[in-house]
Design a protein. Sequence first.
Length: 116
Amino acid sequence: QLQLAESGGALVQPGGSLRLSCTHTGVTSNVNAYGWFRQAPGKERELVSCFTVNVGTTDYADSVKARFTLSINNAKNMTYLQMNNLKVEDAAVYYCNAISDYDNYWGQGTQVTVSS
């Protein structure tokens, strides 16, 4: 079992930066991928970024490339999403995700609001 908990969501002005954190609690040895998703009102949940453990690669949605960075601190069991040059269209609830051999895990979400 794995529990995920996000933090760091806030109100930020366009062009600003924010770092989201995700704490992993439980068994992480079987995790195959860590990711961040987001869901804006009235829209489908979409993948923002994903790190695939066995190949060590990170992928990003085209809309966030060169602005967002996913990183993992295995010693602290944390995943981060550094978001720079935020745009109004980045506003959403952001969800931490982990996929293991057995299940697909989600956090409760953290709200990011981008507004002047």
